[in-house]
Design a protein around this ligand. Structure first.
Ligand code: ZN
Length: 217
């Protein structure tokens, strides 16, 4: 059961199309397994649409909203990656929104050992943003670390414990630069995660700020 969700701020920005692509990828991948957040996004979309009709929101272009709606609807599997044939194991753990970032099935990717019992494959490296898949051996402890920016982690399979919190498939964690953490993969099997590291400052979209008081009021 998913217990670690994305904050309302991210869902609002996702719904109105103002969330940058790397973070939107985390949200879309989370929504693939979380009905609760999917329902929230739908609500925020409706609010966003009403606000746009009222002319209160100017920053959202119709194109941006269409793009987001298309992502939420989730591309059909064959549409997501028409040229790549994924094996069953990959289709089972990689959400549709993430598939176009992979050049092939999980077993065929260029995994690099980045630590004891830890392998990583970079999917996107652009400016300050790094999108990767991380595979941690069963029971492996990831050395304690902090981040220069934010780090999103979404569990795709397996699970891990970080302090008092346990994360399983679909769970998301957001670690900022102030947080020192040392996750430990579950002993039952390897843990596969999507990570998005962002060296830039925190997200504070103008529309998100505008909408938050409305939504919480
Ligand atoms: Zn959720």
């Amino acid at each position: 059961m998913i217990t670690h969700h994305l904050s309302e701020e991210f869902l609002v920005q996702y719904a109105n199309g103002s969330l940058p692509t790397p973070e939107a990828l985390v949200v879309a991948s989370h929504l693939a397994t979380c009905t609760e957040c999917r329902d929230s996004v739908e609500t925020f979309e409706n609010i966003s649409a009403v606000l746009m009709e009222d002319g209160d929101v100017e920053a959202v272009t119709p194109d941006a909203l269409d793009a987001v709606l298309a992502m939420i609807d989730g591309p059909a599997e064959e549409e997501a990656a028409p040229l790549i044939e994924f094996d069953r194991a990959t289709l089972e753990v990689i959400p549709p929104a993430l598939r176009s970032y992979l050049g092939g099935s999980l077993s065929a990717l260029a995994w690099k050992r980045t630590g004891r019992g830890i392998e990583e494959v970079g999917l996107v490296k652009q400016d300050d943003v790094r999108i990767s898949l991380l595979r941690i051996r069963a029971g492996q402890k990831v050395p304690s670390h902090t981040h220069r920016g934010d780090e999103f982690t979404l569990v795709l399979s397996g699970g891990y414990t970080d302090g008092d919190a346990h994360f399983v498939k679909g769970d998301v964690s957001l670690a900022d630069s102030a947080k020192d953490h040392a996750p430990v993969a579950d002993s039952e099997g390897p843990c596969l995660c999507l990570t998005v590291r962002n060296g830039a400052a925190k997200l504070t979209g103008p529309i998100g700020r505008f909408l938050n008081p409305v939504l919480r009021g």
